[in-house]
Write a protein that binds this ligand. Sequence first.
Ligand code: SF4
Length: 380
Amino acid sequence: MADHAKLSASSSHKWLNCTPSVRLEESFENKTSTFAEEGTAAHALSEHKLRKFLKIKTKKPISKYDSQELEFYTDAYVDYVSELISESKTRSSDSLALVEQRLDYSQYAEDGFGTGDLVIVSDGILDVIDLKYGKGVRVSAEHNTQMMLYALGALELFNLLYDIETVRMTICQPRLDSISTFELSVDELMKWAETELKPRAALAFRGEGDFISGEHCRFCRAKSQCRERANSNLELAKLDFRLPELLTDDETAKVLAQANELKSWAKDVWEFAEKEALAGRKKWPGYKLIEGVGRRKYTDEAKVAEQVLATGDFNEAQIYTKNLLGITAMTQLLGKKQFKELLGGLCIAPPGKPSLVVESDKHQEWNPLDAARSDFADAI
Ligand code: SF4
């Protein structure tokens, strides 16, 4: 069986909103990011620490992300959840804590399963806990469908063995100092599973239903090329703006409501177009690539210092803080004219990352194929 479910819990917000997205995404590569790798390292270390706390045999994992910061935040997570484990023992002596537990919710979403970071089961309360190591966006547990799917998987395992009334879903984001908890009765969760989840999951699995765009598109692999997302963003341009010439408050509010999504869509399309052009796969009409300009730097710091001190107008205390003043600060000290005369020959701007610009841009076009040929020639 694949180690990743098609109807994965982590992407459920997307496929529940836009059911055909799962199939559409199949033709796009699923890339992992540095942030995802760092998250995996945090999960592995937390798992080890929790196993230690539970007196289960374990071996400390090693990763390139090992750092004081990783230790600190995984400790904070483990401190918090170990209190929940201890608290569950006061409810029922046979309470159970399971780390990195496979949770199967395929009864509601075909082939659906995931891994719960921590599940604590006791009479009365079932805790499902998720560690999120990211610090970009604060994630709320409230009606969070990933957590609700995990809770369904955990209920599947324990509902017959324990007298569970409430599921308590918690997302811990130690780097944001955030703990978000949401509770549902088992009845409420089951009702959602039967009336909302099951029919939407069936459509998603078959790749049916309507494309619906929204903020969930951010996590879709088709986001840069999806027609529905483009159409709904371009709707803004079609708003029926009438006289008077100035927008009414209502019209301004309509623009505001779509502005964030519009911005993020435009950025995704631009990044896609630039990547394709850089790889030499596309030449977009009306656009070209130009070579970027890197940050200017000194070619020889000792000579720079020597030249400036030789003017007699400045002393060492002025041009060194800890290191020699950077180019911006040095320009301020000397003034643009003197900087250019004195140090112009001691600065270079190495080539930066090429970028996509409109064809009328005055800079010379950069051709990725020529660059690749010249790199090859240099190498032989
Ligand atoms: S980009 Fe949005 S609308 Fe398009 S398939 Fe993905 S989730 Fe659906």
